[in-house]
Ligand binder design. Structure first.
Ligand SMILES: Cc1cc2nc3c(=O)[nH]c(=O)nc-3n(C[C@H](O)[C@H](O)[C@H](O)COP(=O)(O)OP(=O)(O)OC[C@H]3O[C@@H](n4cnc5c(N)ncnc54)[C@H](O)[C@@H]3O)c2cc1C
Length: 462
């Protein structure tokens, strides 16, 4: 792009919006060119570049005005919320306009409907603070509660600690306002359930800003729980605890919190594994569920851990997310201070978990990698593995192999962080013909391909 073309885009933006909303300061451009994806985890072909500018709209009309400029000048638009995404979904790979949506800050709590009308830039923490005086809360509780925004969490269909009871972020959405890539504004009806055709709002859940820009959402709220019962259990090894977790679900229990895993499994054998469980809701229901779960865990060789351990886990659950929020806000380095780890969060049919875990460990040990943890989150089939200890190329190769094993086990390659740049090369194998369906949708909604190019594997044609 020539300097004259760049100046023309900036002029058009400053004509369409108050000029103070258009930022070209170098420090801001550098910071907002990236999200939380570690640069070493970018696929080989992808590189982040400086955006042309950052635009900070404060209303739906301003977002639509930016989209019209982007269309007229064929400039890429990259929607960004808190910038905490781990897949590069908000990273700039083609010079364009970063649309910083944190200025969309409206919050209206509707206690009689147990709903909140929220701007896309509101963080989950701020939403909870606004809902608390009504004794209501958002059902989504990610590690990054202080930084992740309503728009970003919907666009990645994020999952939180309490997902087992309240669902993922996509399940919180009743209605949505979306600026389409053409500049039209789509509003869906915010009701519990409609049977008037496919739920259009679902089109934008997990779409990572490639099909439209979420400006507002009407979200479900839940009563603050009357009671919360936390339990920590230790099992002799991963497979024994896994059998206990399966027994909990077989019995029809629905833990609000389920966080399970072992630390440092080695070729010498499996260490003990710890299960953090939580039930919440009306007092008597919660007590009954917790008692049932305790009986099942004991039957499956579980040993009750000191209560302080699970309480500390609960109190500390947002610490890493809070640290990221602080680093992001202050511009302090984040990745540079952290070791190069790699990880997978795959969704499997539950019965496939033990065999998949063994396959992963075998591949990782063959390469002499250090496995920090294997674990489950929220449901019996949501499996993760964290490892380190090799150069970037080896980590990338092993990551590809573990994803292939996941697909062979009929799994989906990610359960909460989305696709972004990181998993885009694997979308054809993930979706088969479905990828072409998604690409047709993309072409029909965004004929000029201006919205978040390079993400979700939607730019190809085959
Ligand atoms: C330490 C740490 C812990 C984490 N823990 C969790 C966790 O517990 N659970 C979890 O699910 N994730 C977790 N994540 C990942 C991240 O917090 C989530 O993906 C979150 O949903 C991203 O929200 P955001 O506002 O930061 O979005 P961003 O990173 O800004 O954007 C994410 C994607 O959404 C798009 N987007 C953003 N806003 C909009 C909008 N208004 N309209 C359309 N598209 C938009 C972007 O283009 C991008 O593709 C964690 C990340 C870190 C760094």
């Amino acid at each position: 792009m020539t300097t004259a073309e760049r100046d023309e885009i900036l002029r058009a933006l400053c004509d369409a919006l108050p000029p103070a909303r258009v930022v070209v300061e170098e420090g801001v451009l550098a910071r907002l060119a990236r999200d939380a994806l570690h640069p070493a985890r970018l696929p080989e072909a992808a590189r982040t570049v400086r955006p042309l500018c950052v635009v900070c709209p404060q209303s739906t009309a301003e977002v639509a005005a930016v989209v019209r400029v982007a269309n007229a000048t064929r400039t890429p638009l990259i929607p960004m919320g808190g910038g905490s995404g781990l897949m590069g979904g908000a990273a700039t790979v083609t010079p364009g306009i970063v649309l910083d949506l944190r200025g969309l800050q409206a919050i209206r709590i509707r206690p009689a409907d147990r709903m909140a009308e929220v701007g896309a830039g509101v963080t989950i923490k701020a939403l909870n603070e606004a809902a608390a005086p009504y004794r209501l809360m958002c059902g989504h509780d990610p590690w990054t509660v202080a930084v992740a925004t309503v728009g970003g969490t919907i666009a990645t269909n994020s999952l939180g600690y309490l997902g087992g009871k309240y669902g993922a972020m996509g399940d919180q959405v009743l209605g949505m306002e979306v600026v389409l890539p053409t500049g039209e504004v789509l509003v869906t009806r915010a009701v519990e359930k409609a049977s008037t055709g496919p739920g259009l709002h679902r089109l934008f859940v997990g779409a990572e800003g490639c099909l439209g820009i979420i400006t507002h959402a009407t979200l479900r709220l839940f009563p603050l729980p009357q009671a919360r019962r936390l339990q920590g259990w230790e099992f002799p090894d991963f497979d024994t605890g896994f059998a206990a977790i399966q027994a909990l679900f077989d019995a029809g229990l629905q833990p609000a919190l389920l966080d399970y895993g072992d630390d440092d499994p080695s070729p010498a054998g499996d260490p003990p594994a710890a299960l953090m469980l939580g039930f919440e809701g009306p007092q008597r229901v919660t007590e009954a569920e917790a008692a049932e779960a305790a009986a099942l865990c004991r039957q499956h060789r579980g040993r009750l851990l000191p209560q302080r351990r699970v309480e500390t886990f609960w109190e500390h659950r947002h610490l890493i997310g809070d640290a990221y929020a602080e680093a992001r806000a202050s511009g302090k380095p984040w990745h540079e201070r952290r070791p190069l780890l790699d990880f997978l969060h795959v969704a499997l049919p539950p019965s496939a978990v033990p065999a998949y875990r063994r396959q992963c460990l075998q591949r990782l040990f063959e390469r002499r990698l250090h496995v920090h943890q294997t674990g489950l989150w929220v449901y019996a089939g949501l499996f993760s593995v964290v490892y380190s200890g090799a150069d970037v190329a080896t980590l990338a190769a092993v990551h590809g192999e573990l994803l292939e094993l996941c697909h062979q086990a009929q799994g989906a390659m990610e359960y909460c962080h989305g696709v972004g740049l990181r998993l885009a090369p694997f979308m054809a194998r993930e979706h088969g013909v479905g990828l072409e369906v998604l690409r047709r949708l993309k072409r029909s909604l965004d004929p000029l391909g201006i919205l978040n190019p390079g993400k979700l594997g939607l730019n190809g044609t085959a």
